[in-house]
Design a protein around this ligand. Sequence first.
Ligand code: STX
Length: 319
Amino acid sequence: MDQFLTLYPSCEPFDHGFIERDGHQIYYEQCGNPAGKPAVFLHGGPGGGGSTQVRRFFNPEIYRIVIFDQRGCGRSTPHGLLENNTTWDLVKDIEELKKMLKISKWLVFGGSWGSTLSLAYSQTYPNSVSEMVLRGIFMLREKELSWFYQYGASNIYPEAWQYFLEPIQEEDRGDLISAYHKIFNGVDEDKKLKAAIAWSRWEGSTSSLAYKPEMADSFSDPKFALAFALIENHYFVNKGFLEHENQLIESGIDTIRSIPTIIVQGRYDMVCPMTTAWELSQNWPEAKLVVAPSSGHTAFEKEITHELIKATDLFGLNV
Ligand code: STX
């Protein structure tokens, strides 16, 4: 590929605000064309928050872009709050936001945990979704959590892994998600913060195909790391609050089969290995799977950005 599509120019929100639910103030913003095609961006983690960069995956002349920070993270408050914070709470928030903005259907765009949430949302409210663009597919199944937090990715990034192991005592390393959970629910705030940074930095160190120190550093920011680590760990200990682990990838597919969907997956995604995207597409051949042949996890890999923008441009032709 010679010519890559790149991010659209930066744009400023024409509207922003908060919705209040169950003790959470949930931040949202709208950018682009107020009369354009509605799209909602679902960020990753869970606990990652939105950013000004993610607006740029959409043509601002075509799209009315809605971005919101999921409960407890980003600009939503209280920061890191885990009460009333489940997949199904977030699904309801999305639908509530859509109703409040008087949108009848929207394109749903989500990567990583955002892809999980996109499937949970679309399977709950199939009539609310016009199209989907999904990236770096993550279904929170045991084998996926174990690959990233116990044994797998550890073999590819041993030096980053060493740092991830550091806060956990030798005898507790047989179940690292639980060991971190104990620290996050303990009373030692200093230990909690150090562990949150180690947890978060692991993901920042493994998200791009070529290690980017600035990405590892940005994930180590204490405020970001605390919400990111606590919320991710809370969702993972609870297995995504799913009834069974194949709920979204198998039994739920019939509900959304006819929604036009493009799945973009990096071949060398170390956070969410390609098997999951492959299994999803085997169960859902109507969705188009696009493999970025030399990319890792993040949406900001050159090939992945290209494919995502190609997808939003294509769906942007649908009115
Ligand atoms: N978490 C994968 C995920 O959803 C296991 C994710 N990884 N990085 C992110 O999200 C952000 C870029 C949003 C921080």
